[in-house]
Design a protein around this ligand. Structure first.
Ligand code: AN0
Ligand code: CP
Length: 314
């Protein structure tokens, strides 16, 4: 694999899922592969899981890791060409990406959507400008529109936990007090379309995903109906796409409760975390044995390890 920005970079996604499961069974099987190689992790936004699990994955492969919080520790970067840099930005991406490429063999970047200008976010300007100016492979640690390391993990977790060959997987919107990116939801449907699952998406009418991700999905606007017969409930809040970045509903009727889980086929509960308790999902759903959220976060290590291994072997 040459880079990991989306599922489009993965020649055989199911193969990568299987590889991640094999690595989980033997995490130190390739502990020399990354000798004398350095992974740089650049965070423009907060992170717990991505930061620690990707670092752990690299360590399991024998890599060195450098982590930098770009929003508080780095110079403010300029991403536009042909500008007079007399404002806040102290350094251009052209120099920054070239410099970091000399220190790192692979660069991971987390850069969330601004949720102000949909065209700017959906052009993935920051991620693509890094790709254009770096000399080494880039891994997305969640970009403006996608979170592929999370989606690979989610597929891996479904593959690991499923009780039937083709489980019913329901992606449900859930309420949240802050406007969140669409990245996790976009990415989840992009990967699940290629997975051996029956995918159903449920959300309030005004929360349609961008057409490039949402077109052709099985949408059920009645959350209760969507939950019938489900084997996996995947909850996530996202802000509106059409009325870009807005919170159009905080309807707690969409919060995932035990009562709602009771409509399913004894489904497992999934969420990428971090999750707001009793907004997105009730305490009792998170704390009972059907919740996979902690297993998902464990699997982030092995998904990242499969991606790094594939890039190191290119
Ligand atoms: C982020 C999001 O929704 O994209 C990161 C999720 C992994 N969530 C928050 O900012 C709470
Ligand atoms: N799920 C996830 O990416 O978590 P972090 O934002 O904590 O990295």
């Amino acid at each position: 694999m040459k880079q990991f920005l989306s599922i489009k970079d993965v020649p055989n996604p199911l193969q990568l899922v299987k590889e991640a499961l094999e690595i989980k069974a033997n995490p130190f099987g390739y502990s020399k592969l990354g000798t004398n190689k350095t992974l740089g992790l650049l965070f423009f936004n907060a992170s717990l899981r991505t930061r620690l699990s990707t670092q752990k994955a690299a360590q399991n492969l024998g890599m060195e890791v450098m982590v930098m919080n770009m929003s508080t520790e780095g110079w403010q970067l300029e991403f536009e060409d042909n500008v007079i840099m007399n404002g806040e930005s102290a350094e251009h991406i052209k120099e920054a990406a070239a410099v970091i490429s000399q220190y790192c063999d692979i660069i991971g970047i987390r850069t969330f959507s601004g949720l102000v200008d949909s065209a700017e976010d959906y052009s993935e300007k920051i991620l693509n400008t890094f790709v254009a100016n770096a000399m080494v492979p880039i891994i997305s640690l969640e970009s403006a529109t996608l979170h592929p390391l999370q989606s690979l993990t989610d597929w891996m977790t479904i593959e690991e936990q499923k009780r039937v060959d083709k489980p019913k997987v329901v992606l449900t919107w859930a309420p949240h007090p802050k406007a969140l990116p669409q990245a996790v939801a976009n990415s989840f449907v992009q990967w699940m379309r290629q997975a051996p699952v029956e995918l159903v998406v449920t959300h309030p009418k005004e929360y349609e995903l961008a057409s490039e991700f949402g077109n052709g999905l099985a949408i059920e606007y009645d959350q209760n109906k969507a939950f019938e017969g489900a084997d996996f409930i995947y909850a996530k809040n996202w802000s509106a796409y059409n009325d870009y970045g807005k919170i159009l509903s905080e309807d707690k009727g969409w919060t995932i409760t035990e009562e709602k889980m009771g409509l399913t086929n004894n489904a497992a509960f999934m969420h990428c975390l971090p999750v707001r308790r009793n907004m997105v999902v009730s305490d009792s759903v998170l704390d009972n044995g059907n919740s996979l959220v902690i297993k998902q976060s464990e699997n982030r290590i092995y998904a990242a390890q499969a991606v790094l291994k594939s890039i190191l072997e290119r």
